[in-house]
Design a protein around this ligand. Structure first.
Ligand code: MRU
Length: 349
């Protein structure tokens, strides 16, 4: 598997997910502004990967800083964190990663560290966030695979794979772990209009791994379920509220409602960093509206007439009542989610 994102020679290098699957090219970000732009324009996307990119962006920004005194360095650090926080609003992993970097800075400053020492600690923290994410995905995979029957047709929406994380994936981590256990797995990947993360990215990853993959358009899901061709659903999440409501890629809500109607388990795989106990329910989750162009065009081809109004909410909220279980790196949460999620968050990591 090609790495999604790397800290390399004082630069942040990421595979350009806008270009996949046609071309595999890497983008090298040498400034914090370049990392912020890469997150905004979806060179890198997926909640955990956005968090890793933000942490590396902050470390990069502070490495490039010309500040000599800690006061000026601290002012620049705050500005850098604000820049990152303004990139994408829904994935809480972004704010979680920024908070970790802030805590690292504060601890180092309090211990009387020099500007150079603070820089080193920020670099180390960013790399730690990256490495921990891969470990979390593997742990999630192990817990999730236990829920997968020996033979299973798994439907997924968007891309919650290696590309959306530091590696291995959340929902696709569950798929990979089940395959590694010798289970017979076939994946149905929703294409995921408008950005086509399912058709382009999920299918690309799974085909590369030799996993049986079928791409369907989003409007085929209902029929596939009614025809008995889906055994379970597993998706990722961008933010999970304290009550278990799940924000994920637009279209997830519809999949969850359909799954309940057809008696199909609907699982969400997400790390603890995606659980936001400060957000009481899904109604409080900010939903990003992206540019009209993602809807009006497929690639460079215009599919809507000039003059039609466009809506492009990038995420929706699936109420907790549709969620069978939430798979994390610390175990599996079931209803009532307010108690089970709080318990997992409190447990030591
Ligand atoms: O807009 P995106 O591509 O960043 O949205 C990604 C998703 O909705 C994923 O399903 C989610 O971040 C989980 S990734 C492990």
């Amino acid at each position: 598997m090609l790495p999604t994102i790397e800290w390399k020679d004082d630069a942040v290098v990421m595979i350009d997910q806008r270009k996949l699957p046609s071309v595999e090219v890497y983008v090298t970000c040498r400034t914090v502004a370049e990392v912020a732009k890469a997150i905004k324009t979806m060179v890198i996307r997926g909640a955990p990967a956005i968090g890793v990119a933000a942490a590396m962006g902050i470390a990069l920004g502070m490495r490039r800083s010309k500040a000599t005194g800690t006061k000026q360095f601290a002012t620049e650090f705050q500005r850098t964190c604000d820049l990152m926080a303004a990139t994408r609003p829904t994935a809480v992993n972004l704010f979680w990663a920024i908070d970790r970097m802030k805590r690292t800075f504060a601890a180092a400053a309090q211990a009387g560290a020099s500007v150079d020492e603070i820089r080193d600690r920020l670099d180390a923290e960013a790399v730690r966030i990256h490495d921990e994410d891969v470990a979390s995905c593997r742990a999630m995979g192990a817990f999730g695979a236990a829920l997968v029957p020996q033979t299973a047709r798994i439907l997924t929406h968007c891309n919650a794979g290696a590309l959306a994380t530091a590696g291995y994936g959340t929902a696709l981590g569950v798929v990979r772990a089940a395959v590694e256990q010798g289970k017979q797995i076939a994946v149905l990947a929703d294409e995921t209009r408008p950005f086509l993360q399912g058709a382009r990215l999920t299918a690309w990853e799974l085909v590369k791994d030799g996993i049986d993959t079928t791409v369907i358009t989003d409007n085929m899901t209902a029929s596939m379920m009614r025809l008995g061709q889906v055994d379970l659903v597993v998706v990722g999440a961008d933010r999970i509220a304290a009550n278990g409501d799940v924000a994920n890629k637009i279209g997830t809500y519809g999949v969850a409602v359909l799954a309940k109607e057809h008696g199909i388990p609907f699982y969400v795989a997400a790390p603890i960093s995606t659980i936001d106990l400060n957000t009481p329910d899904g109604g409080h989750i900010p939903i990003e509206e992206r540019s009209d162009r993602e809807v009006t065009h497929v690639g460079s081809f215009r599919v809507t007439p000039e003059g039609a109004r466009i809506r492009n909410p990038a995420f929706d909220v699936t109420p907790a009542k549709y969620v069978t279980a939430i798979i994390t790196e610390r175990g599996i949460a079931e209803a009532p989610f307010d108690a089970s999620l709080a318990g997992l968050c409190r447990a030591s990591g």
